[in-house]
Design a protein around this ligand. Structure first.
Ligand SMILES: [Zn+2]
Length: 171
């Protein structure tokens, strides 16, 4: 982990969960994979630190939160992304995509991810099918999210990388 910096924009890759169904508005339907927080579909998502977050279930409860500035050191808050695209196939309701991230960034190079203060989804990989309930509804919802974000839709992780690096150069 190195000192957070406030300069530059970095590209990252991550998985989201799409909430299917008409009963959840598209603007509330792009969620982090493992928590209930939704990502913005109209602009950058900004990290916040929920109180008393438990970073690692194998460790004692981390009581440092909420951080004054998210993401904080020794905490698990922030917007997570990996440095490299994820190679495994991702099935709905999960979807792989990319972000441009900036602001305060904490790097965990040993575990190949970072935590950022601000991130904007750039592109998503077109889902090849779904598991779980309502894959069709999840796919339909994903297209509405992509449209709202004006994000790209690509066919695989290689194309995702190329698209995202191209977008990063425009910043
Ligand atoms: Zn925190």
């Amino acid at each position: 982990m190195i000192v957070p910096d406030r300069t530059g924009t970095i590209a990252g890759y991550r998985i989201w969960r799409v909430l299917p169904g008409k009963w959840v508005a598209p603007s509330e339907s792009l969620h982090a994979q493992t928590c209930q927080r939704s990502w913005s579909t109209t602009g950058p998502t900004v990290a916040y630190c929920p109180p008393r977050i438990q970073g690692d279930p194998n460790r004692p409860l981390v009581m440092s939160g909420p951080c004054e500035e998210a993401p904080g050191f020794g905490c698990a808050c922030g917007l997570y992304a990996r440095y490299e695209p994820i190679e495994e196939e991702v099935l709905l309701p999960y979807v792989m995509g990319s972000v441009l991230a900036w602001g305060r960034v904490v790097h965990h190079e040993d575990r190949s991810f970072f935590r950022a203060e601000k991130a904007l989804p750039v592109a998503f990989v077109r889902p090849r099918g779904g598991s779980g309930m309502f894959p069709r509804e999840a796919e339909e919802k994903l297209y509405r999210i992509v449209e709202a974000l004006n994000a790209g839709m690509v066919e695989d992780s290689e194309e995702l990388r190329a698209y995202t690096e191209e977008e990063a150069r425009k910043w």
